[in-house]
Design a protein. Structure first.
Length: 209
């Protein structure tokens, strides 16, 4: 894969289901607001039309072919990046963009059922400036997800173990990613949320802003 473009001020958090990415993004957004620094919080799949179809499939409300689901993720991401009100538009307005999951999730999750090289190819999108992987064990993630009312198709512990291996490939095994200027950090996701968030903040802003 060729070396991808980097989107400055674009921050992505990744991790297994239950790793705490959503908690950390919300805490990070609050920190940006407290510092009066413009930011935009978003997620994938999105809440737009394609994203809603994806969520229905993940919750087993509809049944889709695996390749169809992978293509829908890529289509939702394309709109998320390039569409009206999307990531690039917010970045061009001077905001930081904070995103819960991105193309690395597609490679980690859709590779369970589709060819990994094909998944990587259809997700040829710009990379974030900062990628934080919240490293949390599948066992701990399972404990955290017990209280969820709706479970998604990727939340089985054996699948999560394979997804963790796929994440390693997605983040460390793709030449174009490793050779890019994307800044990659692995954070211990089993520490208290406040400590995790402080570590992320100090990486982003080693000096007061």
């Amino acid at each position: 894969m060729k070396i991808a473009d980097i989107l400055r001020k674009f921050i992505v958090l990744e991790g297994l289901d239950g790793s705490g990415t959503t908690t950390q993004l919300n805490m990070l957004k609050q920190r940006f607001d407290e510092e009066k620094t413009d930011s935009f919080l978003t997620m994938e799949p999105t809440d737009e039309v394609i994203g809603k179809v994806i969520r229905d499939a993940l919750r087993k409300k509809i049944v889709l072919d695996d390749r169809t689901l992978a293509l829908l993720f890529a289509a939702d991401r394309n709109e998320h990046i390039y569409g009206k009100g999307g990531i690039i538009e917010h970045l061009e307005s001077g905001k930081w963009v904070l995103c819960d999951r991105y193309l690395f999730s597609s490679i980690a999750y859709q590779s369970l059922f589709c060819n990994r090289k094909w998944i990587t190819k259809i997700n040829n999108f710009p990379l974030p400036e900062y990628l934080f992987f919240i490293a949390t064990s599948p066992i701990e993630c399972q404990k955290r997800m017990k209280s969820r009312h709706e479970r998604e198709i990727f939340e089985d512990i054996k699948l999560q173990e394979t997804i963790l291996d796929n994440y390693d490939y997605a983040i460390n095994g793709i030449t174009g990613f490793k050779q890019s200027k994307m800044k990659i950090f692995t954070i211990d996701g089993e520490e208290p949320p406040e400590i995790i968030n402080e570590k992320i903040w100090k990486i982003l802003f080693p000096m007061p802003i």
